[in-house]
Write a protein that binds this ligand. Structure first.
Ligand code: SF4
Length: 330
């Protein structure tokens, strides 16, 4: 695997009046060149904080990255100066957020916002920036881009605004696109179009990778090469996408898969519910973070955190049911 990004032992904590919230508590994750990696989990599992930590966008205070390394093409992003990290943002790693209306500035035209990104990172004339802005808006499927450049975000539909955000994120041809719930605010048909667009744009950029953050495993199934499942600030399972869907190991992954509706099969399947809710991050369990909701919890689970082990080649799991190579049937 040709590694693009390697996260090692990342811990991002928030100091609040209620105590220390360990939003990300020891995350190890790799993204290969050309790969689409899905990061899934419920709200509050630490997915977005992991993404914001990569670009050092954690508000400090109350947040702080207290430990770990984030190696991007061999450089530790956590040790770069603010000038260097600003250069990385947008240029080498860019991000698309959930709600395009809050990411776009309502008082500037779309053209100004695309051109601003180009001119902030490259010494090009206004004419050249304009030409490149028209080109990228054409590429993301905005019709009549010359005219639309003169319009404001409120003139665009939700799907078109997200296309503009993808254009802004990719106009400098970054190596890594982080997409944080990019389709959650859109209706289902537009969701599919936006996911297809991201994959098409990636295919046109040799070696580019995507980190796709979502709570929706169905979205991951259609777009990703591998998937990492996160819960309680930790990675609980990592596997190639087909493997995870065919032979999930972790009880939490079983719960997530069981809650996906399916119209296939001879008779309708009853959806399963993961009992309880995500624990308060100020008071996470000492041992396995899933212990309060796990139907398979047994003696070592409350007090001992299981390690993340490679149970089969490329398939990692953090659960006492898988003690270093032993298979357990769920
Ligand atoms: Fe369940 Fe124990 Fe495995 Fe945690 S370690 S997921 S509580 S069986």
């Amino acid at each position: 695997m040709n590694e693009l990004l390697a996260i090692r032992g990342l811990r991002t904590y928030f100091h609040t009046e209620s105590g220390v919230a360990k939003a990300v508590d020891g995350v190890d994750l790799d993204i290969a060149q050309g790969e689409v990696l899905g990061l899934v989990g419920e709200s509050g599992s630490g997915k977005s904080v992991t993404a914001l930590s990569i670009l050092r966008l954690i508000p400090d205070p109350p947040g702080r990255i207290v430990a770990g390394d984030i190696l991007f093409k061999g450089r530790d992003l956590l040790k770069l100066s603010w000038d260097d990290i600003r250069e990385i943002r947008g240029n080498a790693i860019s991000m698309v957020f959930q709600e395009p209306m809050t990411s776009l500035n309502p008082v500037f035209t779309i053209g100004m916002q695309v051109m601003e990104v180009i001119q902030a990172h490259e010494k090009v004339s206004r004419r050249e920036a304009h030409r490149r802005a028209v080109d990228i808006l054409t590429e993301v499927g905005i019709p009549d881009p010359e005219q639309r450049m003169k319009q404001y975000p409120h003139h665009f539909s939700g799907g078109q605004r997200q296309r503009v955000m993808i254009a802004i994120a990719l106009v400098l041809n970054p190596s890594l696109l982080i997409a944080d719930e990019p389709t959650t605010a859109l209706d289902v048909t537009i969701q599919a179009q936006i996911l297809d667009l991201m994959l098409e744009m990636k295919a046109r950029r040799a070696g580019a990778s995507i980190l796709l953050i979502t709570h929706n495993l169905a979205v991951v199934a259609e777009t990703c090469d591998r998937v990492a499942v996160m819960y309680g600030g930790k990675i609980q399972e990592v596997a190639p996408i087909d493997t995870l869907f065919k032979t999930p190991f972790h009880p939490y992954t079983h719960g997530l898969l069981g809650s996906i509706p399916s119209v296939e099969g001879p008779k309708a399947r009853r959806l399963t519910v993961i009992p309880g809710s995500v624990p308060d991050i100020h008071q996470l369990p000492v041992g396995c973070k899933f212990v309060t909701r796990c139907p398979y919890a047994f003696e070592p689970c409350p007090d001992n955190e299981p390690p993340l082990i490679e149970e089969s080649p490329g398939h990692w799991v953090r659960c006492h049911l898988y003690p270093h190579g032993g298979k357990a049937a769920i």
